[in-house]
Design a protein around this ligand. Structure first.
Ligand SMILES: NC(=O)c1ccc[n+]([C@@H]2O[C@H](COP(=O)([O-])OP(=O)(O)OC[C@H]3O[C@@H](n4cnc5c(N)ncnc54)[C@H](O)[C@@H]3O)[C@@H](O)[C@H]2O)c1
Length: 307
């Protein structure tokens, strides 16, 4: 097998102070929504002192309730001991006092709302507040970290650390350096993901959509093309994906699960970044979106979920 070319030189070595995973004691997660709550729990379960930070107290309470439900179920099913769960909660600090928390943090994972302006001002404030060695990672699916790193004075310590939903279950974490990210930051972020029990995928350079979502988009694009050309019903495409390719669900079932609104808005955001008409949402998806058929959450998408 040919030896793949080395890409290490593409990672700029500008870091002066570095942190290894073994030196990480405290992880702070910003945003206690769908992703942040579970990412924080993954960190706490792995033994890290963990802050889960949100601007809304109510969001933290919701996160506490849903995480407690999951962990209690794990105990009932014998997957974890009550002692382990108690010790995990002891390591968790749910707070709206971001500034106090991140002052002690070795690694920050930002999982706040998907808005470039909010992320840039957050990173600029984190840069002021955090110790110099702290790595600032974003969980963003669509915003590459080079667009955020410029708001800080530590671009070499900024990268994407992309978890998948549900973060407590999905093993993949994509580690994506921007052109200024140091090799130490990549190594530490990858090691942290491993310490969290994940299987990290390390990209050598930034690309919109990273790896898994690009693969998914390629499959979805082909599936929609076959459907739009009237070659096959969408239900049969789902059947083929499951019975021939061994996928747990077909591309249309998955769109309904993720949310037609999410699928539509992600494409629109990509179009805004690329300006390429090929990035625009598929017309069939647009039609569902405009009809308010958002998938499982609205009871109707490609499929109907009304009983
Ligand atoms: N939902 C997914 O399937 C998924 C998967 C992978 C990555 N992501 C990425 O994760 C990030 C979060 O997505 P989500 O679905 O969890 O969003 P969400 O809307 O469920 O949660 C966002 C949370 O951030 C909080 N927030 C907003 N501004 C804040 C601030 N300045 N400081 C602290 N908290 C703030 C909100 O109150 C909310 O609780 C996004 O960047 C998204 O691209 C999402």
């Amino acid at each position: 097998m040919p030896t793949p070319p080395s890409t290490a030189k593409e990672i700029v070595l500008t870091e002066t102070q570095s942190t290894t995973a073994s030196e990480i004691n405290r992880v702070s997660v910003i945003g206690a929504g769908t992703m942040g709550a579970q990412i924080a729990m993954v960190a706490a379960l792995a033994g890290f002192s963990t802050d889960l930070i949100d601007i809304k107290e109510q969001q933290l309470e919701q996160a506490r309730t849903s995480l407690a439900k999951r962990l209690d179920r794990d105990v009932q099913k014998g997957r974890r001991s009550q002692d382990e769960v108690d010790a995990t909660w002891d390591r968790m600090n749910l707070t709206t006092d971001r500034d106090a928390a991140v002052k002690q943090s070795d690694f920050v994972i930002e999982a706040a709302v998907e808005d470039l302006g909010i992320k840039k001002s957050l990173f600029s404030e984190l840069d002021e507040l955090c110790p110099p060695h702290t790595i600032l990672a974003t969980n963003s699916s669509n915003i590459v970290s080079s667009r955020i790193a410029e708001a800080t004075n530590r671009p070499e310590k900024v990268c994407n650390m992309h978890f998948f939903n549900p973060a407590l279950v999905m093993k993949c974490v994509e580690v994506v350096p921007n052109p200024q990210t140091s090799s130490e930051t990549v190594a530490t972020t990858t090691a942290l993901a491993e310490a969290m029990g994940k299987d990290p995928v390390q990209l050598h350079k930034e690309v919109p959509g990273f790896v898994a979502n690009r693969l998914l988009n390629a499959l979805r694009k082909e599936a929609l093309d076959l459907y739009n050309k009237g070659i096959v019903d969408f239900q049969d495409i789902d059947t083929a994906a499951k019975t021939a390719l061994g996928h747990p669900m077909g591309p249309f079932e998955l769109m309904d699960l993720v949310g037609i609104d999410v699928v539509y808005l992600i494409r629109l955001a990509e179009y805004e970044q690329t300006g390429d008409p090929a990035s625009l949402p598929d017309p069939a998806v647009k039609e569902l979106y405009e009809a308010g058929r958002y998938g499982r959450k609205s009871g109707h998408g490609w499929y109907s979920y009304e009983s």
